[in-house]
Design a protein around this ligand. Structure first.
Ligand SMILES: [Zn+2]
Length: 544
């Protein structure tokens, strides 16, 4: 039992905006009141729900590949933590499991979504997530380049494709569907990409990226998954890709979707030298279509590590920058590319990217639909979220930073014209309440009775910005895990998984396909339920 007294509470899901409230905790949940137990006096402090990251990359084979590729930075970047509870960890831009849990908790985050899991390496992902302490997790299954599914779409067998998708979600013990560069990663196996949404994907006659996007969004809706299709659009990172992004939103035509790292998809111009922000056009369309949510995928100047299933983009980035590059093709499922990168303030392209992430966060008017991310570690390490919070809350500071950009870049962006300043309540919305709602996790992101007792408590900072830099206390599931900036106790997290309904006979279809196409035997493919630590089944709206 625990009582937090006298704090200034920001709980936007329950319309509490800076009110002095006591919070009572019992049995890992928020309750109306408690008798006895410990009391934390939070007088003068800010009390908010634990953060929820809707899109990050923290576990799995791709991360291990990235770690192996960057030995030179592994001793860097563990800014937090000196505690007897600490276990071994490497830093760099892809911290290892224990360090990842401590670093997120050390900011006040308590739930994260691993946004890219191939079924073929899902066992490994779950093993790393199991070793990532404190945090609750969900993971998203890579599905827009799965050749079994795309072959079915080619044959017009949409219903069977739906059963296969549902079977694969459960086989991988995942929570939702991620689409990365639909059709582009299939084409990449022949050294090609899928740049145009209306043209057939390399090797197919009927299947276009548009068809993959529309079909997967429909399947996700029909399966009743708590989180909509999580979409990494085609032409990520390319000048002029605003046309693709707007077309993608039109293809979705009223269907729900979460647009991942929208910053990387809101560029105008037709070459690297003419690249400019199109945040206004993207935000206007987005604002007018309430079925969409998005995360920012903001970039910050400094080192990053780009890591994505978008193989063709990564190869192009390697060619553009000359930086080292790694690539994996994951059999019939997806791909993966790794390129270490540095965002430079002096670069026109990077300066535009830096501005676009902030512009989208400021121009999208509903904080319940745009969420704070850096697409960690693609735009910056997640531990740099406090820098973004400051930029969102302080327009004068933001304008100062714009003045430091190259003059040419300043003409290609609108950031200096934006006066909006986020309130604390809006910051809590884009970091906890909104992501929890978009993920369909009703017990997360708020402090109402019945919610998971995930709470972060911060001192007020003299310049008004306090959140996420060294919380005074972090409580996870009712346990005080961080106190005075140190990990004080380590609890284990859970994993949220869905089990959508599917026809059990779909295995009769899949087994021979497997024997023919995969190097792994069919029976070894699904992740056993007991491999997933603290598995928590989330309800599907239409599950049997
Ligand atoms: Zn990502």
């Amino acid at each position: 039992m625990l009582r937090i007294t006298g704090g200034t509470v920001y709980d936007p899901a329950n319309q509490v905006d800076g009110a002095i409230r006591d919070i009572a905790i019992d049995g890992g949940r928020i309750v109306a009141s408690v008798d006895g137990g410990r009391t934390i006096d939070a007088t003068g402090m800010i009390v908010i729900p634990g953060g929820v990251d809707v899109h990050t990359h923290v576990a799995g084979a791709a991360l291990n590949f990235a770690r192996a590729m960057t030995p030179e930075i592994q001793r860097q970047g563990l800014p937090f933590l000196h505690t007897p509870e600490r276990r071994m960890g490497l830093g760099g831009l892809t911290p290892t499991t224990f360090a990842t849990g401590y670093l997120y908790a050390g900011m006040g985050y308590t739930t994260v979504t691993e946004a890219a899991v191939p079924v073929l390496s899902a066992k490994h992902t779950h093993e790393e997530l199991r070793d990532t302490p404190i945090l609750d997790k969900a993971c998203l299954l890579l599905m827009a380049n799965n050749e079994i599914v795309i072959d079915l779409l080619e044959a017009g067998e949409i219903e069977r494709a739906g059963h296969v998708v549902a079977w694969l979600i459960w086989a991988a013990k995942t929570y939702g569907v991620k689409a990365v560069n639909p059709g582009g990663v299939v084409a990449w196996k022949w050294g090609k990409n899928a740049r145009s949404l209306g043209e057939p994907v390399e090797g197919y006659r009927n299947v276009t990226p548009a068809k993959i996007i529309a079909s997967l969004a429909a399947i996700v809706d029909e399966l009743g998954l708590p989180h909509p299709l999580h979409l990494h659009c085609n032409n990520l990172g390319m000048p002029g890709n605003v046309a693709t992004t707007l077309e993608t939103m039109r293809i979705l035509d009223g269907r729900r979707a979460h647009l991942a790292h929208l910053q990387f998809h809101a560029y105008g111009g037709d070459s690297w030298s003419t690249m400019r922000s199109e945040a206004i056009a993207v935000a206007e369309h987005f604002n007018a279509h309430p079925g969409f949510t998005a995360d920012a995928g903001a970039v910050l100047f400094g080192p990053a590590l780009t890591i994505t299933a978008d193989g063709p983009w990564q190869h192009l980035l390697h060619e553009l920058t000359g930086r080292k590059w790694g690539n994996i093709d994951v059999e019939n499922e997806t791909g993966c590319g790794i390129v270490p990168y540095v965002y430079k303030r002096s670069s026109l392209v990077n300066a535009v990217q830096w501005a676009v992430g902030l512009e989208l966060l400021l121009l999208i008017d509903d904080p319940w639909r745009i969420f704070l991310t850096t697409d960690h570690p693609n735009g910056a390490g997640f531990w740099r979220y406090p820098e973004l919070v400051r930029l969102l809350m302080d327009a004068d500071y933001r304008r100062e930073r714009v003045k430091a950009l190259p003059a040419k870049a300043q003409k290609r962006i609108v950031l200096a014209d934006l006066d909006r300043e986020y309130t604390l309540s809006e910051i809590v919305t884009i970091t906890a309440a909104g992501p929890a709602r978009a993920l369909g996790l009703p017990q997360k992101g708020h402090l109402g009775v019945g919610a998971d007792a995930d709470v972060a408590i911060y001192e007020r900072h003299p310049d008004g910005v306090a959140l996420f830099s060294s919380p005074r206390y972090v409580i996870k599931g009712g346990e005080v895990v961080v106190e005075e900036g140190q990990i004080r106790s380590v609890v284990e997290g859970r994993e949220f998984v869905v089990r959508p309904a599917f026809d059990a006979r779909i295995e009769e279809y899949l087994r021979p396909v497997f024997q023919q196409l995969y190097t792994m035997s069919f029976d070894n493919y699904p992740v056993e339920a007991d491999r997933v630590h603290g598995m928590q089944l989330a309800a599907c709206r239409t599950s049997a």
